[in-house]
Design a binder for this molecule. Sequence first.
Ligand code: TXA
Ligand code: MG
Length: 348
Amino acid sequence: MPTSDVIETAATKLVQGSLVAIPTETVYGLAADASSKTAVAKIFKAKGRPNDHPLIVHIAKPTASLEVNDEESWAEQLAPWARDIPTVALTLAKSFWPGPLTMILPRAKNVLYELTGGQETVGLRCPDHPVAQALLTQFKGAVAAPSANRFGRVSPTSAQHVVDEFSGVPQSEWDEEIMVLDGGLCSVGIESTIVDLTRLDDYGPIILRPGVITKEQIEKTTGMQVGKRPEDNMRHSGGLSAHYAPKTRLLIATSENKTQLIALLKTPAKIAWLAWEAPAQFTDSIQSNLVIQTFPKDNLQAAKSLYQLLRELDAKAYDYLVFPKLPDTDEWAGVRDRLQRAAVGSGI
Ligand code: TXA
Ligand code: MG
């Protein structure tokens, strides 16, 4: 864990308008002072991200520890960033913050359009990682932080991943060196659940991106039914069908593509096959070009290891990665979503 001196240096960098990669419980983020146009512009440059994709603003938790159970304290934390804050937002904050939940709320009037993709709404999250919280407290402000990966690629869940992600990119693309705070491996492993609370009257809370906080948890906590996402042109980059993608072609084994996959096994293609357990039909004829590896049966464990696994497998010379079809249940929604998008964007 970084010492208080290192946290102080990182906070100074933020004040100076530089980028700092920070650990959060979900994935590492690429942070910049959320109130500075020039600092925020550096994020887009470093990531290679289109300018109209909104960023999440990360805020500190209330200072006194008891206050995390108090809706008024959360209202104060949110006040500089959001307006017309509905009661359910405070209920959700009290239940899940600090934690892997992002809320979309109407933006307060001084919030930069550079953060919101030009929209009237803003994404807000209070991360549950001691290093992120220490930095936010020291900095005395909020940071805009997308996942610290190049656009469209797998999110980093360790400090080394962040270094790997940016080391191949010409420095001229983002002006200056990025300071990376090492906070160990991320405990959640996939990005926060994003819930839109700006259209409650018409739709109820809307989940824009599933994560480990589930639809059922949100419904139970708010007492409202989660609405179906309307067809609209709201910009949110995790919303692209191809995302979180490895460079190696990724396939999901289903009953429909079984014949195609068995045919693939007869070719010289090198394959990493992730399975709940070794499929019976392979056990007596494991080919030298096929490696079978088990995939966690527990959804939280799967979330925690997914991106690390994708990076490791992508670094080896496989032609195909085959993953199991995941259960169609609420608790698997986050991992299922990431794997689906990884499959669509893979091999490019
Ligand atoms: O767990 C996380 O959320 C991580 C960590 C670093 O906090 N952050 C993250 O950021 O995943 P990013 O930028 O990679 O993804 C943020 C998502 C994008 O899909 C973005 O479009 C959406 O949040 N988003 C942000 N503000 C929004 C808004 N006002 N309306 C709709 N979507 C928004
Ligand atoms: Mg991202």
